[in-house]
Design a protein around this ligand. Structure first.
Ligand code: GH3
Ligand code: MG
Ligand code: MG
Length: 367
């Protein structure tokens, strides 16, 4: 049979061609789907890799942010240490402390409490002298931190962060509390500094025997008070006091007994004036009283009262009963003088007059 000329041959050829092409198509289809499968596996691997890579990047990004935040916090703390250490006034320390805490914990409420009405958080921190971290699931869901601030071992305040407003969603971390503790320690050191500075200043301003102001401190106070009196158009008087024949007290009873008498005298004077008035020991047995807003006559009456009290007093100096008298000179701003120095000189001249006129008396301006 001729395949080309015979129709059966043609049918056979067509059938063979159909089978062959079908097999070819099947082969390529299988190849294609195998290729597709391979591609999707590769795609899955790439997606997985990329996911892992993103996670890794996010992890390092978070670490970097954490490190730079901590770096910033550390810088703030070292600046705080320098700034706080140079302050000499407790209220300035408190002000600066609040500012630094606000920088460390932005948009959080920052307060220094512990006054008349301590709440539960204050009481805990003050009584235990320990920091407190309140998590977000107690105290009405408002997280907060509180640390004690001390001055010479005594708790003088509680630094608090949070407690009002939403606060951070996850609450505060131990690290946050640690940071606040470091800041509170720096503030406590600054408070100690202030207290020491105040003590040194007081020692320089106060006479060690009587605890009264020294001559220098009195002069400063007098000039300052004259400025104020002049601004508000008010009178101001000074009284100078000198113990009569004090040398003979020392000679008769000894120097130590003399010291006790001087202390007793300071006490009598303190008792006779108002708390706003200022007393100084400006020489050995010489004292000065600054009477604010006091006209001349009223000042002379105060001097007279002190003179009488002194004359009636018996001082006990180690078992020895000692009586003394003193002489007084009174001068008043603005009638007698317009500067502290002139006023002092005028009062001194009247005191001299009191001595010359027989002692144990008050000399004032002639009427
Ligand atoms: P007058 O009435 O003239 O003021 O006589 P007076 O003896 O008080 O004055 P004078 O200036 O002659 O002597 C003052 C005395 O005060 C001499 C000095 O030894 C004594 N004195 C000064 N400072 C102190 C002190 O701190 N303690 C004692 N115990 N005596 C002192
Ligand atoms: Mg004297
Ligand atoms: Mg004297």
């Amino acid at each position: 049979m001729n395949l080309i000329t015979d129709p059966r041959g043609l049918i056979l050829i067509c059938a063979a061609a159909t089978v062959f092409s079908g097999a070819l198509i099947g082969f390529f289809r299988a190849k294609l789907s195998a290729l597709r499968r391979e591609r999707s596996v590769v795609e899955d691997d790439v997606a997985k890799e990329s996911r892992l890579l993103h996670q890794e990047i996010a992890f390092y990004e978070e670490k970097r942010a954490g490190l730079s935040k901590r770096g910033g916090q550390r810088r703030l703390l070292s600046e705080a240490a320098r700034g706080l250490g140079s302050l000499l006034d407790p209220s300035a320390v408190q002000e600066r402390l609040i500012k630094i805490a606000q920088l460390l914990f932005p948009s959080q409420s920052v307060t220094i409490s512990y006054g008349q009405k301590p709440d539960a958080v204050d009481s805990y921190v003050v009584e235990r002298r320990q920091p407190l971290l309140v998590p977000s699931d107690v105290m009405k869901g408002v997280p907060q931190m509180a640390v004690p601030i001390t001055a010479q071992q005594a708790v003088v305040g509680v630094l608090r962060v949070g407690g009002s407003g939403p606060g951070p969603a996850a609450g505060y971390a131990r690290e946050d509390l640690r940071l606040l503790e470091i800041l509170a320690s720096l503030a406590s050191l600054a408070m100690d500094n202030c207290a020491l500075f105040h003590q040194v200043q007081q020692t320089a301003l106060r006479d060690h025997l009587t605890g009264l102001l020294t001559h220098r401190a009195f002069q400063d106070q007098l000039e300052q008070s004259i400025l104020e009196a002049s601004r508000y158009n008010q009178p101001l008087s000074i009284v100078l006091v000198d113990v009569d024949h004090f040398k003979s007290i020392n000679d008769t009873h000894g120097h130590q007994a003399g010291d006790l008498v001087l202390q007793g005298l300071a006490h009598v004077m303190d008792r006779s004036v108002r708390p706003v008035d200022i007393i100084a020991r400006y020489g050995g047995e010489e004292f000065a009283v600054l009477l604010l807003q006091t006209p001349h006559r009223a000042a002379a009456s105060v001097a007279e009262q002190i003179r009488r009290d002194l004359a009636e007093q018996t001082f006990d100096a180690g078992g020895k009963a000692i009586r003394i008298t003193a002489s007084f000179g009174v001068a008043t701003f603005p009638e007698d003088a317009t500067s502290g120095q002139q006023l002092f000189r005028q009062a001194d001249q009247r005191l001299y007059k009191a001595k010359a006129a027989g002692r144990n008396q008050v000399q004032m301006r002639a009427a």
